[in-house]
Every structure is written in structure tokens, then in C-alpha cells.
Ligand binder design. Structure first.
Ligand SMILES: [Zn+2]
Length: 96
């Protein structure tokens, strides 16, 4: 089974608050971002912040799963991935 990249963090753009950048981690553990900085320079504050967040061992979520949702996640890793992606709390990094 091919492993899809996982969205590990979301960031609200300070230049355009309607825009949310997503940092993804692929199966090899490599992080990438969809902001212009990453696309042109292969480096950005979002990836740096997401790496730090992952090292510290937590992700910020908007909610906790319900009993039924937890049950589904335990039976299906894909369901867990979807739930976490849907409940990541977007962060704002100053000056990004
Ligand atoms: Zn970025």
C-alpha cells in the first residue's frame, strides 16, 4: 500500500489571512510545505516550526475525538489520518 503524505501542521498566512499553508510529511519522514518560500527556496518557517512541534511530540488540535470516532480510528489508520488532518489547529507565524 502506498503511503500518502500526512498533513502535520497548518499555518495561516499573515500576508493573506485567507490562505492556509500545509506542512506534510512523507513516508520517508521528509517535510514539505506549499507556501511560496518552500516552493522557491526549499526552506520556510512553517517547515522549521512543524519540525520543532513534531520533536516536542505534540500536534495542536481543535477538538478531541468522540468515543465513536476513536473506535473508528483504532480500526482504521486511514480514518485516524483523516480525522487529524481535519482537526489541526492553524497557527500564525509572525512575519510569514
Ligand atoms: Zn512554508
Amino acid at each position: 500500500m502506498k503511503k500518502k503524505p500526512i498533513v502535520v501542521a497548518k499555518y495561516v498566512s499573515t500576508r493573506d489571512p485567507g490562505k492556509v499553508y500545509q506542512v506534510k510529511q512523507d513516508a520517508q519522514g521528509t517535510l514539505s510545505c506549499d507556501c511560496p518560500g518552500w516552493i522557491y527556496r526549499r526552506t520556510c518557517k512553517h517547515v522549521a516550526d512543524a519540525a520543532r512541534t513534531l520533536r516536542e511530540g505534540f500536534v495542536e488540535l481543535t477538538d478531541i475525538p468522540t468515543y465513536d470516532e476513536l473506535q473508528r480510528m483504532l480500526n482504521d489508520p486511514e480514518e485516524e489520518r483523516r480525522w487529524i488532518e481535519a482537526h489541526l489547529k492553524p497557527k500564525t507565524l509572525f512575519g510569514v
